[in-house]
Design a binder for this molecule. Structure first.
Ligand SMILES: Nc1nc2c(ncn2[C@@H]2O[C@H](COP(=O)(O)OP(=O)(O)OP(=O)(O)O)[C@@H](O)[C@H]2O)c(=O)[nH]1
Ligand SMILES: [Zn+2]
Length: 199
């Protein structure tokens, strides 16, 4: 039997593959996974990845019969999300506005955040995040008139690489919001009043 002295053992004692990956990562970056501060880190790493990837946003199908007049725009703004960029597995944070024109029924307010979190809790790029949110709001509400606008900061750009914090805006305008007509202008004026004054 060969005993290596001073080298942490690559083979983890746990049977959890995520813990094994964390242990290997710590060794690869020159750390000792057996030192006191790091002993529990592989288990925490495994819990965090499961918390992220097995996130359950709950039910979103609560619709109420429409009691307001047709043609009303409903916007839920400043929904704050965290997601992970699929290129570097680093976090990006987004502030999202979701708007729609109810088509017979209205969707419960909290359901917009549930939908948004569901799509943020997977490896994403910001352009696809807004598309995915818009598609689910349309599918659940039965309305083709949906707009989603996100502003995000990506740590893969802020803390590594070019190391330049910046804000990225991505948007989807479907149905009545598609052309730059009154519906879109009303939405921008309501949710981003300072920006609409600059037009
Ligand atoms: N369009 C878009 N790009 C993203 C998003 N998240 C990260 N990126 C970019 O994805 C690109 C990946 O580029 P690559 O050249 O393959 O990777 P890299 O060598 O690490 O690039 P740098 O970040 O420039 O160092 C980078 O420009 C990132 O800024 C996103 O949500 N949308
Ligand atoms: Zn990235």
């Amino acid at each position: 039997m060969t005993i290596s002295v001073g080298q942490p053992d690559l083979v983890a004692e746990s049977s959890d593959p995520l813990e094994d990956i964390a242990r290997r990562l710590l060794i690869e970056i020159g750390e000792d996974p057996d030192r006191d501060g790091l002993k529990q880190t592989p288990a925490r790493f495994a819990r965090w990845w499961r918390e992220f990837s097995e996130y359950d946003a709950g039910e979103v199908n609560t619709l109420f019969p429409l009691v307001t007049q047709q043609g009303q725009t409903v916007a839920v703004s400043d929904v704050h999300l965290w997601s992970l960029c699929e290129h570097h597995l680093l976090p990006f944070s987004c502030t999202v506005t979701i708007a729609y024109r109810p088509n017979g029924d209205v969707l419960g307010l909290s359901k917009f955040a549930r939908i948004a979190h569901r799509h943020a809790h997977r490896l994403q790029i910001q352009e696809r995040l807004v598309q995915d949110i818009a598609a689910e709001v349309s599918a659940v509400s039965g309305s083709p008139d949906v707009a989603v606008i996100a502003r995000g900061e990506h740590l893969c750009m802020s803390m590594r690489g070019i190391r330049t914090p910046a804000l990225m805006t991505s948007s989807v305008f479907n149905g009545v919001f598609d052309d730059d007509g009154p519906a879109r202008q009303e939405l921008i004026a309501t949710v981003f009043p300072s920006r609409s004054r600059q037009r």
